[in-house]
Design a protein around this ligand. Structure first.
Ligand code: HEM
Ligand code: MG
Length: 331
Protein backbone atom coordinates (compact mmCIF):
# COMPACT_ATOMS: atom_id res chain seq x y z
CA UNK A 1 0.00 0.00 0.00
CA UNK A 2 1.34 3.50 -0.88
CA UNK A 3 2.88 5.32 2.11
CA UNK A 4 0.79 8.16 3.51
CA UNK A 5 1.67 11.68 2.40
CA UNK A 6 3.97 13.75 4.61
CA UNK A 7 2.29 16.23 7.00
CA UNK A 8 2.57 19.95 6.19
CA UNK A 9 5.89 21.52 7.24
CA UNK A 10 5.77 23.36 10.58
CA UNK A 11 7.92 26.19 9.24
CA UNK A 12 7.55 27.23 5.60
CA UNK A 13 9.84 30.20 5.28
CA UNK A 14 13.40 30.41 4.02
CA UNK A 15 16.20 28.63 5.84
CA UNK A 16 19.63 27.19 5.25
CA UNK A 17 19.19 23.93 3.33
CA UNK A 18 22.77 23.16 2.27
CA UNK A 19 23.37 22.31 5.91
CA UNK A 20 25.53 19.93 7.95
CA UNK A 21 22.87 17.19 7.86
CA UNK A 22 22.71 17.32 4.05
CA UNK A 23 26.24 17.39 2.69
CA UNK A 24 26.76 17.05 -1.07
CA UNK A 25 28.48 13.77 -1.92
CA UNK A 26 29.78 12.49 -5.26
CA UNK A 27 28.00 9.57 -6.91
CA UNK A 28 28.78 6.03 -5.86
CA UNK A 29 28.76 3.22 -8.42
CA UNK A 30 25.16 2.29 -9.12
CA UNK A 31 23.63 5.59 -7.97
CA UNK A 32 20.96 6.74 -10.41
CA UNK A 33 20.35 10.28 -11.65
CA UNK A 34 18.11 11.54 -14.44
CA UNK A 35 16.70 14.47 -16.41
CA UNK A 36 15.54 16.55 -13.42
CA UNK A 37 18.18 18.78 -11.86
CA UNK A 38 15.89 19.46 -8.88
CA UNK A 39 15.56 15.82 -7.87
CA UNK A 40 19.16 14.94 -8.80
CA UNK A 41 20.39 17.63 -6.43
CA UNK A 42 18.11 16.49 -3.61
CA UNK A 43 19.53 12.97 -3.95
CA UNK A 44 23.14 14.20 -3.98
CA UNK A 45 22.47 16.11 -0.73
CA UNK A 46 20.67 13.21 0.94
CA UNK A 47 17.21 14.82 1.01
CA UNK A 48 16.29 11.81 -1.12
CA UNK A 49 17.96 8.39 -0.93
CA UNK A 50 21.36 8.89 -2.53
CA UNK A 51 20.88 5.89 -4.81
CA UNK A 52 18.12 7.76 -6.70
CA UNK A 53 15.24 5.39 -5.86
CA UNK A 54 12.49 7.02 -3.80
CA UNK A 55 8.83 6.78 -2.85
CA UNK A 56 6.39 9.53 -3.88
CA UNK A 57 5.98 10.40 -0.23
CA UNK A 58 9.75 10.89 0.15
CA UNK A 59 9.85 13.07 -2.99
CA UNK A 60 6.92 15.22 -1.87
CA UNK A 61 8.59 15.71 1.53
CA UNK A 62 12.03 16.42 0.05
CA UNK A 63 10.95 19.06 -2.50
CA UNK A 64 9.18 20.93 0.29
CA UNK A 65 12.06 20.65 2.74
CA UNK A 66 14.82 21.38 0.24
CA UNK A 67 13.19 24.00 -2.02
CA UNK A 68 9.89 25.02 -0.40
CA UNK A 69 7.80 23.65 -3.24
CA UNK A 70 4.07 24.06 -2.57
CA UNK A 71 2.77 20.73 -1.15
CA UNK A 72 -0.23 20.34 -3.49
CA UNK A 73 1.80 21.31 -6.54
CA UNK A 74 4.51 18.86 -5.45
CA UNK A 75 1.92 16.10 -5.02
CA UNK A 76 0.50 16.69 -8.49
CA UNK A 77 3.87 16.67 -10.26
CA UNK A 78 5.17 13.72 -8.27
CA UNK A 79 2.16 11.51 -8.99
CA UNK A 80 2.25 12.45 -12.65
CA UNK A 81 5.81 11.10 -12.65
CA UNK A 82 5.18 8.14 -10.38
CA UNK A 83 2.04 6.85 -12.11
CA UNK A 84 3.84 7.19 -15.48
CA UNK A 85 7.19 5.72 -14.55
CA UNK A 86 7.14 4.17 -11.06
CA UNK A 87 6.23 0.84 -9.46
CA UNK A 88 2.73 1.25 -8.00
CA UNK A 89 2.91 -1.86 -5.81
CA UNK A 90 6.31 -1.31 -4.19
CA UNK A 91 5.69 2.46 -4.13
CA UNK A 92 9.15 3.20 -5.58
CA UNK A 93 10.28 5.41 -8.47
CA UNK A 94 13.68 5.71 -10.15
CA UNK A 95 14.60 9.36 -10.74
CA UNK A 96 16.55 8.18 -13.81
CA UNK A 97 16.58 4.98 -15.86
CA UNK A 98 15.06 1.56 -15.25
CA UNK A 99 16.33 -0.15 -12.09
CA UNK A 100 15.91 -3.42 -10.21
CA UNK A 101 15.79 -1.18 -7.16
CA UNK A 102 12.09 -0.51 -7.69
CA UNK A 103 11.28 -4.22 -7.25
CA UNK A 104 9.46 -6.76 -9.41
CA UNK A 105 7.47 -5.26 -12.28
CA UNK A 106 3.72 -5.87 -12.32
CA UNK A 107 2.51 -7.92 -15.30
CA UNK A 108 1.12 -5.00 -17.25
CA UNK A 109 2.26 -3.17 -20.38
CA UNK A 110 3.59 -0.41 -18.07
CA UNK A 111 7.38 -0.13 -18.54
CA UNK A 112 8.03 1.03 -14.92
CA UNK A 113 11.26 2.44 -16.24
CA UNK A 114 12.00 5.62 -14.30
CA UNK A 115 11.78 9.35 -14.99
CA UNK A 116 14.19 9.17 -17.94
CA UNK A 117 11.56 7.26 -19.96
CA UNK A 118 10.90 9.26 -23.08
CA UNK A 119 7.48 10.64 -23.90
CA UNK A 120 5.68 9.99 -20.66
CA UNK A 121 6.85 12.84 -18.47
CA UNK A 122 10.28 13.39 -19.99
CA UNK A 123 10.02 15.06 -23.37
CA UNK A 124 11.70 17.08 -26.09
CA UNK A 125 13.19 20.58 -26.17
CA UNK A 126 14.62 20.45 -22.65
CA UNK A 127 16.91 23.30 -21.71
CA UNK A 128 20.02 21.34 -20.75
CA UNK A 129 19.28 17.81 -21.98
CA UNK A 130 19.12 16.62 -25.59
CA UNK A 131 16.06 15.15 -27.34
CA UNK A 132 15.72 11.37 -27.04
CA UNK A 133 16.08 11.14 -30.83
CA UNK A 134 19.73 12.18 -30.50
CA UNK A 135 20.46 9.38 -28.05
CA UNK A 136 20.68 10.90 -24.56
CA UNK A 137 17.67 12.60 -22.98
CA UNK A 138 18.90 12.70 -19.40
CA UNK A 139 22.57 13.70 -19.05
CA UNK A 140 23.80 17.26 -18.66
CA UNK A 141 24.67 18.55 -22.16
CA UNK A 142 27.47 21.12 -22.17
CA UNK A 143 26.65 22.44 -25.66
CA UNK A 144 23.09 23.18 -24.59
CA UNK A 145 24.28 24.73 -21.35
CA UNK A 146 26.52 27.07 -23.36
CA UNK A 147 23.41 28.27 -25.19
CA UNK A 148 21.76 28.77 -21.83
CA UNK A 149 24.72 30.99 -20.88
CA UNK A 150 24.66 32.87 -24.21
CA UNK A 151 20.95 33.62 -23.92
CA UNK A 152 21.32 34.73 -20.30
CA UNK A 153 24.10 37.09 -21.34
CA UNK A 154 22.20 38.42 -24.33
CA UNK A 155 18.71 38.82 -22.82
CA UNK A 156 19.29 38.82 -19.05
CA UNK A 157 22.43 40.87 -18.52
CA UNK A 158 24.29 37.77 -17.35
CA UNK A 159 21.47 36.20 -15.32
CA UNK A 160 18.67 33.75 -16.18
CA UNK A 161 15.31 35.44 -15.62
CA UNK A 162 11.77 35.49 -17.08
CA UNK A 163 12.87 37.37 -20.21
CA UNK A 164 15.58 34.80 -20.91
CA UNK A 165 13.12 32.00 -20.16
CA UNK A 166 10.75 33.23 -22.89
CA UNK A 167 13.49 33.53 -25.50
CA UNK A 168 15.31 30.30 -24.68
CA UNK A 169 12.16 28.17 -24.49
CA UNK A 170 11.17 29.38 -27.96
CA UNK A 171 14.71 28.83 -29.29
CA UNK A 172 14.86 25.24 -28.03
CA UNK A 173 11.49 24.50 -29.67
CA UNK A 174 12.66 25.99 -32.99
CA UNK A 175 15.88 23.95 -32.80
CA UNK A 176 13.94 20.72 -32.28
CA UNK A 177 11.53 21.55 -35.12
CA UNK A 178 14.51 22.04 -37.43
CA UNK A 179 16.62 19.04 -36.36
CA UNK A 180 14.49 16.30 -34.75
CA UNK A 181 12.19 14.48 -37.21
CA UNK A 182 10.34 12.91 -34.25
CA UNK A 183 9.89 16.17 -32.37
CA UNK A 184 6.75 16.04 -30.23
CA UNK A 185 5.43 18.87 -28.12
CA UNK A 186 1.96 17.93 -26.84
CA UNK A 187 0.52 17.52 -23.33
CA UNK A 188 1.85 16.83 -20.79
CA UNK A 189 5.27 17.78 -22.21
CA UNK A 190 3.92 21.01 -23.64
CA UNK A 191 2.75 22.04 -20.18
CA UNK A 192 5.77 20.82 -18.22
CA UNK A 193 8.22 22.51 -20.61
CA UNK A 194 6.88 25.96 -19.71
CA UNK A 195 6.68 25.09 -16.04
CA UNK A 196 10.26 23.82 -15.88
CA UNK A 197 11.45 27.03 -17.50
CA UNK A 198 10.36 28.91 -14.37
CA UNK A 199 11.44 26.28 -11.82
CA UNK A 200 14.98 27.60 -12.09
CA UNK A 201 13.81 31.07 -11.13
CA UNK A 202 11.43 29.92 -8.41
CA UNK A 203 13.66 27.31 -6.75
CA UNK A 204 17.33 27.89 -7.58
CA UNK A 205 17.49 31.57 -6.51
CA UNK A 206 18.55 32.00 -2.87
CA UNK A 207 15.58 32.80 -0.60
CA UNK A 208 17.40 35.71 1.05
CA UNK A 209 17.75 37.71 -2.17
CA UNK A 210 14.75 36.37 -4.05
CA UNK A 211 14.85 38.71 -7.04
CA UNK A 212 14.05 36.41 -9.99
CA UNK A 213 17.64 36.56 -11.30
CA UNK A 214 19.54 33.27 -11.37
CA UNK A 215 23.32 33.40 -11.31
CA UNK A 216 24.88 31.26 -14.06
CA UNK A 217 27.45 29.54 -11.85
CA UNK A 218 24.68 28.64 -9.41
CA UNK A 219 22.68 27.26 -12.35
CA UNK A 220 25.65 25.18 -13.51
CA UNK A 221 26.02 23.79 -9.99
CA UNK A 222 22.46 22.46 -9.94
CA UNK A 223 22.34 21.29 -13.57
CA UNK A 224 25.81 19.77 -13.92
CA UNK A 225 27.12 18.97 -10.44
CA UNK A 226 23.71 18.39 -8.79
CA UNK A 227 24.95 20.62 -6.03
CA UNK A 228 23.49 23.51 -4.05
CA UNK A 229 25.76 26.54 -3.63
CA UNK A 230 27.54 27.05 -0.31
CA UNK A 231 25.14 28.54 2.28
CA UNK A 232 22.08 28.02 0.00
CA UNK A 233 18.72 29.07 1.49
CA UNK A 234 15.46 27.78 0.03
CA UNK A 235 12.59 29.93 -1.36
CA UNK A 236 10.95 32.31 1.15
CA UNK A 237 7.44 30.88 0.68
CA UNK A 238 5.80 27.77 -0.77
CA UNK A 239 5.73 28.14 -4.56
CA UNK A 240 5.04 26.10 -7.70
CA UNK A 241 5.06 27.02 -11.38
CA UNK A 242 4.31 30.73 -10.94
CA UNK A 243 5.18 32.73 -14.05
CA UNK A 244 4.84 29.88 -16.57
CA UNK A 245 2.11 31.64 -18.57
CA UNK A 246 4.46 34.58 -19.11
CA UNK A 247 7.06 32.30 -20.68
CA UNK A 248 4.53 31.08 -23.22
CA UNK A 249 3.04 34.53 -23.78
CA UNK A 250 6.48 35.89 -24.74
CA UNK A 251 6.52 33.74 -27.89
CA UNK A 252 3.38 31.60 -28.16
CA UNK A 253 3.42 28.20 -29.89
CA UNK A 254 0.53 25.75 -30.19
CA UNK A 255 0.99 22.17 -28.95
CA UNK A 256 1.95 19.96 -31.90
CA UNK A 257 4.62 17.78 -33.53
CA UNK A 258 6.72 17.25 -36.63
CA UNK A 259 4.55 15.01 -38.82
CA UNK A 260 6.77 14.43 -41.92
CA UNK A 261 10.34 14.81 -40.76
CA UNK A 262 12.09 18.00 -39.78
CA UNK A 263 10.41 21.36 -40.33
CA UNK A 264 6.92 19.89 -40.54
CA UNK A 265 5.57 21.13 -37.22
CA UNK A 266 1.79 20.83 -37.18
CA UNK A 267 -0.43 21.99 -34.32
CA UNK A 268 -2.52 19.31 -32.62
CA UNK A 269 -5.83 20.90 -31.60
CA UNK A 270 -6.73 17.82 -29.51
CA UNK A 271 -3.85 18.48 -27.11
CA UNK A 272 -4.72 20.46 -23.97
CA UNK A 273 -3.43 24.02 -24.02
CA UNK A 274 -1.24 25.58 -21.38
CA UNK A 275 -3.68 26.20 -18.54
CA UNK A 276 -6.24 23.48 -19.40
CA UNK A 277 -5.32 21.41 -16.36
CA UNK A 278 -8.56 19.41 -16.31
CA UNK A 279 -7.85 18.29 -19.87
CA UNK A 280 -4.23 17.48 -19.00
CA UNK A 281 -5.57 15.25 -16.23
CA UNK A 282 -8.25 13.61 -18.45
CA UNK A 283 -5.76 13.06 -21.24
CA UNK A 284 -3.30 11.51 -18.79
CA UNK A 285 -5.86 9.12 -17.27
CA UNK A 286 -7.52 8.12 -20.55
CA UNK A 287 -4.37 7.75 -22.63
CA UNK A 288 -1.27 7.08 -20.53
CA UNK A 289 -2.76 5.34 -17.51
CA UNK A 290 -5.24 3.13 -19.34
CA UNK A 291 -2.62 2.15 -21.92
CA UNK A 292 -0.13 1.16 -19.24
CA UNK A 293 -2.71 -0.49 -16.99
CA UNK A 294 -5.64 -1.79 -19.07
CA UNK A 295 -6.87 -4.40 -16.56
CA UNK A 296 -5.06 -4.19 -13.22
CA UNK A 297 -6.06 -6.53 -10.40
CA UNK A 298 -5.33 -7.06 -6.71
CA UNK A 299 -2.68 -4.92 -5.02
CA UNK A 300 -1.87 -3.14 -8.28
CA UNK A 301 -5.45 -2.02 -8.79
CA UNK A 302 -5.71 -0.89 -5.19
CA UNK A 303 -2.50 1.16 -5.40
CA UNK A 304 -3.55 2.74 -8.70
CA UNK A 305 -6.85 3.83 -7.20
CA UNK A 306 -5.09 5.43 -4.24
CA UNK A 307 -2.47 7.14 -6.42
CA UNK A 308 -4.98 8.43 -8.96
CA UNK A 309 -7.06 9.77 -6.05
CA UNK A 310 -4.04 11.68 -4.74
CA UNK A 311 -3.33 13.07 -8.20
CA UNK A 312 -6.89 14.33 -8.48
CA UNK A 313 -7.00 15.80 -4.95
CA UNK A 314 -3.77 17.69 -5.63
CA UNK A 315 -5.08 18.96 -8.98
CA UNK A 316 -8.17 20.35 -7.26
CA UNK A 317 -6.02 22.23 -4.77
CA UNK A 318 -3.63 23.64 -7.36
CA UNK A 319 -6.25 24.49 -9.98
CA UNK A 320 -9.27 25.20 -7.78
CA UNK A 321 -12.23 22.81 -7.74
CA UNK A 322 -14.02 22.07 -11.01
CA UNK A 323 -12.36 19.16 -12.77
CA UNK A 324 -14.43 15.99 -12.98
CA UNK A 325 -12.80 13.04 -11.22
CA UNK A 326 -12.29 9.93 -13.36
CA UNK A 327 -12.51 6.41 -11.90
CA UNK A 328 -11.09 4.03 -14.52
CA UNK A 329 -10.76 1.28 -11.91
CA UNK A 330 -13.98 1.90 -9.98
CA UNK A 331 -14.65 3.99 -6.90
C1 HEM B 1 12.86 18.53 -15.59
C2 HEM B 1 10.46 15.41 -12.81
C3 HEM B 1 10.54 18.56 -9.15
C4 HEM B 1 13.46 21.37 -11.75
C5 HEM B 1 12.22 17.41 -15.13
C6 HEM B 1 11.98 16.23 -15.92
C7 HEM B 1 11.32 15.35 -15.14
C8 HEM B 1 11.13 15.97 -13.86
C9 HEM B 1 10.84 13.96 -15.54
C10 HEM B 1 12.41 16.03 -17.37
C11 HEM B 1 11.54 16.76 -18.33
C12 HEM B 1 12.32 17.15 -19.55
O1 HEM B 1 13.06 18.16 -19.48
O2 HEM B 1 12.21 16.45 -20.57
C13 HEM B 1 10.19 16.02 -11.60
C14 HEM B 1 9.35 15.48 -10.56
C15 HEM B 1 9.35 16.37 -9.53
C16 HEM B 1 10.22 17.48 -9.93
C17 HEM B 1 8.60 14.16 -10.60
C18 HEM B 1 8.58 16.21 -8.25
C19 HEM B 1 8.13 17.21 -7.52
C20 HEM B 1 11.42 19.54 -9.50
C21 HEM B 1 11.89 20.58 -8.63
C22 HEM B 1 12.72 21.37 -9.37
C23 HEM B 1 12.77 20.83 -10.70
C24 HEM B 1 11.51 20.74 -7.15
C25 HEM B 1 13.50 22.55 -8.95
C26 HEM B 1 13.98 22.69 -7.76
C27 HEM B 1 13.44 20.90 -13.03
C28 HEM B 1 14.00 21.61 -14.17
C29 HEM B 1 13.82 20.79 -15.27
C30 HEM B 1 13.16 19.60 -14.80
C31 HEM B 1 14.68 22.97 -14.13
C32 HEM B 1 14.20 21.11 -16.72
C33 HEM B 1 15.54 20.57 -17.08
C34 HEM B 1 15.89 20.95 -18.50
O3 HEM B 1 15.03 21.43 -19.25
O4 HEM B 1 17.05 20.80 -18.86
N1 HEM B 1 11.69 17.21 -13.87
N2 HEM B 1 10.70 17.22 -11.19
N3 HEM B 1 11.98 19.71 -10.75
N4 HEM B 1 12.93 19.70 -13.45
FE1 HEM B 1 11.93 18.42 -12.29
MG1 MG C 1 13.71 16.18 -22.02
Amino acid sequence: EPASLPPPMKFNGTKLVNDAQHPWKPLKPGDIRGPCPGLNTLASHGYLPRNGIASPSQIIGAVQEGYNMDPSFATFVTYLGHISNGNQVTDLLSIGGKSHGTGPDPSSPAPVSGLSTHSTFEGDASLTRGDAFFGDNHSFNGTLFNEFVDFSNKFGGGKYNLTVAGELRYHRIQQSIASNPNFSFVAPRYNTAYTESVFLINFFVDGRHYDGQLDLEVARGFFQDMRMPHDFHRAPKPIGGDGFELVEAARPIQPGRNVRGVNSYTPDPTSPKLTEFCKVYENFVNKTVLTFYPKPTGALRKALKINLGRLYDALNKVNGPGCTQLFPYGK
